[in-house]
Design a binder for this molecule. Structure first.
Ligand code: OGA
Ligand code: MN
Length: 249
């Protein structure tokens, strides 16, 4: 199902952005029951900062849960593996222009592709990512979503639509580190920043995926523990679970 991308959405008569789509279709998020996360490798919580607006005594259980459901595994791929993954998609990406979606500014400065077949080396890396990111026998979308954000690009807060994506989303962050901010949908002051270091894997599921929005901050807002984080061109390789049967159309 090749629906997640702007490229497909652009073909719609009425132009819909990914963000609009997410927003429109994520209204039934609360109906999606959050299931236990596959506990495999624990995430490294030193890559997550709870924002000061989330006071220590406020919703401590939610804090514990979101920290379990947003896992970050630093150095998940080596530099050589990163180079190999990027080399396979670069010829495709290079032919596209970065899009600056002035229609609603939902996502700025991006180009993207989806890919199902990979060379042997990259297939092995992506299989490892799927093995670590997802419970055994999880059905995944057949394509890896490759999202290339220009140095000046950013993604605004959204929740991935339950119609197009199931419980778990796993992303490799390549070429540049970035800050991903999660904010509770109903109480947005309950927020956290995740440092997605270059070559890390992040795995977002359960509460982090359904009850919190996520965004990728632009360079001018990218700070980590009080210091500016240089945000360069960044390429994410994202694997998603198939939507739940009850959300499929
Ligand atoms: C998305 C998204 C995050 C990333 O494409 O829905 O949130 O890591 N991407 O680029
Ligand atoms: Mn998303």
């Amino acid at each position: 199902m090749r629906i997640l991308t702007f490229s497909i959405l652009k073909n719609c008569k009425q132009k819909l952005s990914l963000y609009k789509l997410y927003k429109n279709l994520s209204l039934d998020v609360t109906q999606a029951r959050v299931q236990p996360v596959a506990e495999k490798l624990p995430g490294n919580t030193s890559y997550i900062e709870i924002l000061p607006s989330w006071k220590p005594n406020e919703e401590p259980e939610l804090r514990t849960t979101v920290l379990q459901h947003m896992r970050i595994l630093p150095n998940f791929v080596s530099e050589d593996e990163e180079t190999a993954l990027l080399a396979e998609v670069e010829p495709v990406l290079k032919r596209m222009r970065y899009e600056f979606d002035h229609w609603d500014n939902a996502i700025e400065g991006f180009r993207e592709t989806e890919r199902g077949k990979w060379n042997t080396q990259n297939e092995a890396i992506l299989s490892r990512m799927k093995e670590v990111g997802f419970a055994p026998h999880t059905e995944l979308l057949p394509y890896v979503h490759v999202l290339d954000l220009a140095a000046s690009g950013h993604i605004k807060p959204h929740v991935d639509a339950v119609r197009f994506c199931g419980d778990t989303i796993a992303g490799l962050c390549l070429a540049s580190s970035a800050i991903m901010r999660l904010a509770h949908e109903k109480k947005p002051h309950l927020a956290l920043d995740a440092l997605l270091e270059r070559r890390c894997l992040y795995i977002m599921s359960g509460v982090a995926r359904y009850d919190f929005s996520h965004e990728v901050l632009g360079g001018e807002r990218s700070m980590w523990r009080g210091e500016k984080l240089p945000r360069k061109r960044r390429i994410a390789f994202i694997c998603r679970e198939q939507p739940r049967p009850e959300h499929r159309q």
